[in-house]
Design a protein around this ligand. Structure first.
Ligand SMILES: [Zn+2]
Length: 129
């Protein structure tokens, strides 16, 4: 399977205010929990009604508690959700989650400062700053 989220991937998936990857470290335990949840998700039949909120929950584990866990979990979950949906809707569920999981890792190493142009979730961002 393509799930390659290794134990070394212990940095935050969040984005700083200037659009750079956060790279704050995350507790190993949190990452592990997240990986487990993704693995569980991959073994279950997909329910697109709950998928997004599930992914948002899981996303928390990949965000630093200091800055992004509260603020970007929904955003990250939404991104994953869209990635799953976009990558072909209903077919082949398990591999979709696997793809998302490996995407997380790729995202961390490859992401540049290229902003994502129109993120719908951003518009509803709370003013927690
Ligand atoms: Zn962070």
């Amino acid at each position: 399977m393509g799930v390659s989220l290794s134990t070394e991937a212990r940095i935050c998936c969040g984005t700083t205010k200037v659009g750079a990857p956060c790279k704050n470290s995350i507790k190993f335990q949190d990452i592990k929990t997240g990986q487990q949840q993704l693995a569980n998700l991959a073994t279950q039949p997909f329910d697109f009604l709950t998928l997004r909120s599930t992914l948002c929950d899981i996303a928390r584990n990949f965000l630093c508690a200091k800055w992004h866990r509260q603020r970007q979990a929904d955003q990250l979950g939404q991104q994953w959700y869209e990635a799953v949906v976009r990558s072909r809707g209903y077919a082949r569920h398990t591999s979709e989650v696997a793809a998302v999981a490996s995407d997380i890792e790729a995202d961390q190493s490859q992401r540049s400062t290229s902003g994502r142009p129109s993120e719908p979730v951003l518009s509803s961002r709370a003013t927690t700053t």
